[in-house]
Structures are given as structure tokens and as C-alpha cells.
Design a binder for this molecule. Structure first.
Ligand code: COA
Length: 345
């Protein structure tokens, strides 16, 4: 090895020794109370309860009332996660709201939330990673905590996809629901526990597969874009399905290989809840027993960035993992983007 390489290696070792292990210190969830069943969707589009359940596993979803905003759901989820971590808003150094449905394009929903929480010391920004947003946010928070720059970071995955859903399109409107899930990322009390590894990827060549065409700089809102319904989500379902399975396989296999673990070592897999068939397909290929896979898509549909923290909270409540358990989280979505995390609870 050359002297430069040796020096680089020593520097990397020195940096990694000075890093603090980050961990999830609290979780909180917020779901609208209004339940919309598949039968109710039969009245809107040409579909059936049987078709939706067979192809997606979804039976019902939560839909926000018209007066509810993304920041409302964020506030409830954030407050619960702070209580869970035994912290107050004043303890927060940074707030990251991961969303594709902010209250308004400007300012960031994270700033609206920061004010409402009274988190006077916190910086705040939004992050658009599609349905992968929460995973990107978790990785970002972890870096800030690991370097010692920040102590407590609030990460929220929150979306009201119902607001950008084309309720005339049976190919998409049956899939989505509203919700928010928040976590607090703080230094781990023990270096052996916490957020151990991340794998983050993007493939922008797949951007056309899942998109909202109008409302940005390329195609600003106009009467024409509204008439053409270009402010709603459009999706190539079949291709996104294939991508989703690939994303889970890549997310899981990369972390297992890099950390010299096998599927047997992992107690719980929390994947983005998009479609039960995607979960089953990936689980089959990875040879993961069904009891290790969390699935609540039946109750909530695809809640975008909120789905991983909502499922994680449910898994914790149902004791699907305990202290010392290895857990793998995977998100995937528009961009295309995907990301996974390995944690030891
Ligand atoms: C959307 C999805 C459920 C569609 O299932 P699919 O088996 O791929 O179905 P297809 O789109 O090929 O359509 C098959 C037929 O069902 C019809 N169909 C589509 N949606 C329907 C609905 N809600 N009810 C009844 N029929 C429907 C189609 O029109 C098509 O009819 P045709 O054969 O007469 O043309 C599936 O592709 C999927 O889940 N994709 C991934 C979506 C996703 O996870 N997105 C978010 C990622 S973050």
C-alpha cells in the first residue's frame, strides 16, 4: 500500500472511531380517523373490493378531512415521539419533514411545524424523496448525530397523498392513504445498539414511472394544467411493481452482505407498505418467513413517506422485536429512489 493510501486509511479509522452511534429514541404516529373502505371506492371508479384486495391486499385506508393539513398530522406524530423519547421541543436541534405533499410549496412544512412545536433551537427543512423520503431523512439525521453536530433530530414521514390522487383513475386511487410517522434520532447509550448501517440509492432514469407533471418550474399551475389533471400522481403500475421488488432485494442483500449477517439473524423486516403482493414476492425471493415481515397495508394503504415509521411503531407495539434484535427497514418510491437501514434495537 502506498504511503498516501496508508494515511487515508488511518484518517478514515480515526474519524470512524470518533463517531457517535445514533439510535431511534422515540416513535410517534398520527392517522386520520376517517376510514374509507374498498366498497366505498366502488362508488367512485369502476373497481371492486375483490379486485383491490386480490391485487394489493388493501382493504381500507385513512383519508384526512378537508380541513386537515400535513403539518397537523406532523404535529401529532411529533408530540407523541417526543413524549416517547422523554424530550421536549426545546431539546430538538433539527426537524426534517419528509413529504411530497407539503402544506404549501413555500415555506417548508418543517418550519410551520417548528413554530407550532415551539422548538426554538431547531433548524428545519423538508425533504422530497418520494415514498423513500423517511429513509433518506433517517440517514441524514443519523449523520448529524454521529458527527456530534446535533443531539436530537426529529424525522417525520408525512403525506396526504389523497390531495394529489386522481380520484377518477382506478389504477392509482385504490392504493393510497394519509398518515404520518415520526422518530427522534439521538446518541445511542451503547455503541453496540442503534442505527448500524444505511444503503441509499437513486435511479432518475425511472422518473417518468411515478410523477406529478405540473405545479413546478417546468409546468407551472394554470387553467390548462388543472383541466388536464396534471397536478395528480401518475404511475406505470406494472413497472413500479418490478422496481419495488428489486429495491427490497437490493436494500436487504446489500446490508446483509456488508454486515456479514443472514436473513436468520434479522428478527424483523419493515418494508414500505405499497402492496402486499410486493412484500410477498420479495419475501419469497429472500426466503424470509412471513412472521418476520410487517404488513399493515391492509389497513392503511400506501401512506408514502409515513409507511415505514407507522409500521415500525406497530411492530414495536406488537413486540415483533426486543432489545438487541436486528431490524431492517426498506423504503422505495418516486425518483426512482430506494434506501435501507440496519438497526439493532
Ligand atoms: C397498480 C397495481 C395494483 C395494478 O395491478 P396489475 O396486476 O399490475 O394490473 P394492471 O395495471 O396490469 O392492469 C390489469 C387490468 O386491471 C385493470 N385495473 C387496473 N386497476 C383496476 C382497478 N382498481 N379495478 C379493476 N380493474 C383495474 C386494468 O385496466 C387492466 O385491465 P385490462 O387488462 O382490461 O387492460 C400494481 O401494478 C401495483 O401495485 N404496482 C405497484 C404500485 C406501487 O406500489 N406504487 C407505489 C410505489 S411507492
Amino acid at each position: 500500500m502506498s504511503q498516501t493510501k496508508v494515511n487515508d486509511e488511518l484518517q478514515i479509522q480515526a474519524v470512524s472511531h470518533s463517531l457517535v452511534r445514533s439510535a431511534i429514541a422515540g416513535i410517534g404516529v398520527s392517522l386520520p380517523s376517517k376510514v374509507v373502505t374498498n366498497r366505498e371506492l366502488e362508488k367512485l371508479v369502476d373497481t371492486s373490493d375483490e379486485w383491490i384486495e386480490t391485487r394489493t391486499g388493501i382493504r381500507e385506508r385513512r383519508i384526512a378531512e378537508p380541513n386537515m393539513t400535513t403539518s397537523d398530522l406532523c404535529f401529532e406524530a411529533a408530540t407523541k415521539s417526543l413524549a416517547d423519547a422523554k424530550l421536549t421541543p426545546q431539546d430538538l436541534d433539527l426537524i426534517i419533514v419528509c413529504t411530497v405533499t407539503p402544506d404549501t410549496p413555500v415555506p417548508a412544512t418543517a418550519c410551520i411545524l417548528q413554530d407550532r412545536l415551539g422548538a426554538k433551537q431547531a433548524a428545519a427543512f423538508d425533504l422530497n424523496g418520494g415514498c423513500t423520503g423517511f429513509m433518506y431523512g433517517l440517514a441524514t439525521a443519523s449523520q448529524f448525530v454521529s458527527t456530534g453536530k446535533f443531539k436530537n433530530v426529529l424525522v417525520i414521514g408525512a403525506d396526504l397523498l389523497s390531495r394529489i390522487t386522481n380520484w377518477q383513475d382506478r389504477g392509482t386511487c385504490i392504493l393510497f392513504g394519509d398518515g404520518a410517522g415520526a422518530v427522534i434520532v439521538s446518541p445511542s447509550k451503547d455503541q453496540a445498539y442503534g442505527l448500524l448501517d444505511f444503503h441509499l440509492r437513486a435511479d432518475g432514469s425511472g422518473a417518468p414511472l411515478l410523477k406529478v407533471e405540473a405545479g413546478g418550474a417546468k409546468l407551472p399551475a394554470s387553467v390548462i394544467t388543472a383541466e388536464k389533471r396534471q397536478h395528480f400522481l401518475q404511475m406505470e403500475g406494472r413497472q413500479v411493481f418490478k422496481f419495488a421488488v428489486h429495491a427490497i432485494l437490493d436494500g436487504v442483500n446489500t446490508l446483509l452482505k456488508r454486515n456479514e449477517l443472514t436473513v436468520d439473524d434479522i428478527d424483523c423486516f419493515v418494508f414500505h407498505q405499497a402492496n402486499l403482493r410486493i412484500l410477498e414476492n420479495a419475501a419469497k425471493q429472500l426466503k424470509i418467513p412471513s412472521e418476520k415481515i410487517i404488513s399493515n397495508v391492509q389497513k392503511y394503504g400506501n401512506t408514502s413517506s409515513a409507511s415505514v415509521p407507522i409500521a415500525l411503531e406497530e411492530a414495536r407495539r406488537e413486540k415483533k422485536f426486543k432489545k438487541g434484535s436486528y431490524v431492517i427497514l426498506v423504503g422505495f418510491g418516486a425518483g426512482l429512489t430506494w434506501a435501507s437501514a440496519l438497526l439493532r434495537w
